[in-house]
Design a protein around this ligand. Structure first.
Ligand code: SF4
Length: 404
């Protein structure tokens, strides 16, 4: 996720070059598995159908990359997130080997959150048992919709019933935390359709839900179809109503919205227990490592992205070659802190916001944008924090763009 333009640093050729001179305190690691069963039409993640069966070569290279990254990890990691792509497309022995390599080479604290993303069709009892045996504590399932018409529009080919089957396999294997991803604002989707999707998801008793409005990324097949006029996009008013409905339904079902697009089941013992601790690292501006082609890492004001092409990554040694290394100036860091931190329902501490707004003319401009948002009832100061109001959360992305 990159919300501000950062400076290009010319010298770094590898992740190790990018990290030279930094004092990172890595709390998490992101591992990217690029393989997918099929390329969905709305997707702009780096993923592809692996016709050459390079799974084994991928895992071997990952092991070497993790060994090269290991010296940068100075304390046990609190989170590991294996995303993609479709990590569960790795054959179970290779999946176990990849997860084992992360644990062995990077090390994680005993209570660490281990999340793996999965496509529902790929989860069977063997895969679920493999994940559980590897110590995975959380699985994020890409359900997207339970309506075959809308799955077809997205070019997602799983059977809606496979989501429930996957949840059953995961629970039976002892995976305690299950999250479902849903998409709203799909062309042809009505508010009533969306309500049925929410009901179907809630019936599976997930611990966490991510609800994303469909976005048309520049280089996807879906965007090309939109430009050709193959379909009408969902109306803004309808999409806004879908978001309201999600807020109402999920709150009534015991979920707490903690970020613009994320809801966690509120547990009495700890209302934050089901929030995605790994994604919190992104929103709280912490440091995380990256492994695998196209994975992005962050250390202080440095952000880097591994080379995206699998062939280039496989042919490399040591830490991955990088295609982007960006060093944020204090002003850029301030903008990013606002952009990411204010996505959280709890917002940012007032003291931190004041320091950002004191940063010259740019800070003053941001202060004026915040005043406009508070005057309009979109933001509020409460409990020593600046945050969006419930109404403001509905249009948070637009307000943040104004702010940054
Ligand atoms: S399964 Fe996920 S990562 Fe793979 S193509 Fe579809 S949306 Fe993209």
């Amino acid at each position: 996720m990159k919300d501000v333009t950062l400076q290009q640093a010319p010298a770094a050729r590898t992740a190790a070059d990018a990290l030279a001179g930094t004092e990172p305190r890595f709390e998490g690691a992101y591992v990217h598995v690029p393989f997918c069963f099929h390329k969905c039409h709305y997707c702009d993640f780096y993923s592809f159908v692996d016709s050459e069966d390079r799974q084994e070569a991928y895992v071997e290279r990952l092991e070497r990359e993790l060994s090269a990254l290991a010296p940068w990890v100075r304390a046990p990691l609190a989170t590991v997130f294996v995303g993609g792509g479709t990590p569960t497309l790795l054959r179970p022995p290779l999946l176990a080997r990849a997860l084992g390599a992360v644990r062995e080479r990077l090390g994680a604290s005993p209570g660490a959150e281990w999340t793996v993303e999965a496509n529902p069709e790929t989860v069977n009892s063997e895969v679920a048992a493999t994940l559980a045996a590897a110590g995975v504590t959380r699985v994020s399932l890409g359900a997207q919709s339970f309506d075959p018409r809308h799955l077809k529009t997205l070019e997602r080919w799983h059977d809606p019933a496979s989501v429930g089957r996957a949840v059953t396999f995961l629970r039976a294997a002892g995976i305690g935390r299950v999250s479902l991803d849903l998409i709203f604002g799909i062309p042809g989707q009505s508010v009533a359709d969306w309500e049925r999707d929410l009901d179907a998801a809630l019936a599976l008793a997930p611990d966490h839900l991510s609800c994303y409005g469909l976005t048309y990324e520049p280089n996807t097949a879906m965007t090309a179809r939109l430009r050709r006029g193959d379909f009408e996009p969902c109306e803004d008013s309808s999409e806004a109503r879908m978001l309201e409905v999600a807020c109402e339904r999920l709150r009534a079902s015991g979920f707490r919205r903690y970020e613009v697009s994320n809801w966690a089941r509120a547990r009495d013992a700890d209302p934050h227990a089901e929030e995605c601790a790994h994604n919190m690292l992104y929103w709280l501006d912490r440091d995380w490592l990256a492994a695998g082609p196209s994975a992005s890492g962050h250390a202080g004001n440095v952000r880097w992205k591994n080379v995206p092409r699998l062939g280039d990554w496989l042919a490399s040694e040591g830490t991955s070659p990088v295609v982007d290394v960006e060093r944020a100036t204090p002003d850029m860091q301030a903008g990013e802190r606002l952009m990411m931190g204010l996505r959280l329902v709890d917002g940012l501490p007032e003291a931190e916001v004041s320091a950002i707004l004191a940063m010259g003319e740019r800070g003053a401009g941001r202060g004026r944008a915040i005043s406009r948002a508070t005057d309009a009832g979109l933001m509020e100061r409460a409990g020593g924090r600046l945050r969006f109001t419930e109404q403001g959360m509905m249009t948070a992305n637009a307000t943040l763009a104004d702010l940054v």
